[in-house]
Design a binder for this molecule. Structure first.
Ligand SMILES: [Zn+2]
Length: 63
């Protein structure tokens, strides 16, 4: 299992990216749920999951 942190270049949202090389994934892409920027294209040969960790728009509203 490989973990890394990704930041959306468009809106600054932070993501935790988890990659499992031992399991097949789904072909497609992951888009930022905040601004809809495509962050990664999946080839489907490994399982990749994204989890939103920092949401700048929401934290600004809550202050
Ligand atoms: Zn974004």
């Amino acid at each position: 299992m490989h973990k890394s942190d990704i930041t959306c270049p468009s809106c600054g949202s932070g993501f935790r990216r988890i990659q499992l090389t031992s399991e097949p994934g789904t072909k497609g892409e992951y888009r930022c749920p905040v601004c809809d920027t495509a962050l990664e294209q999946f080839s489907g040969d490994k399982f990749i999951a994204y989890r939103l960790t920092v949401q700048p728009e929401l934290s600004r509203v809550m202050k």
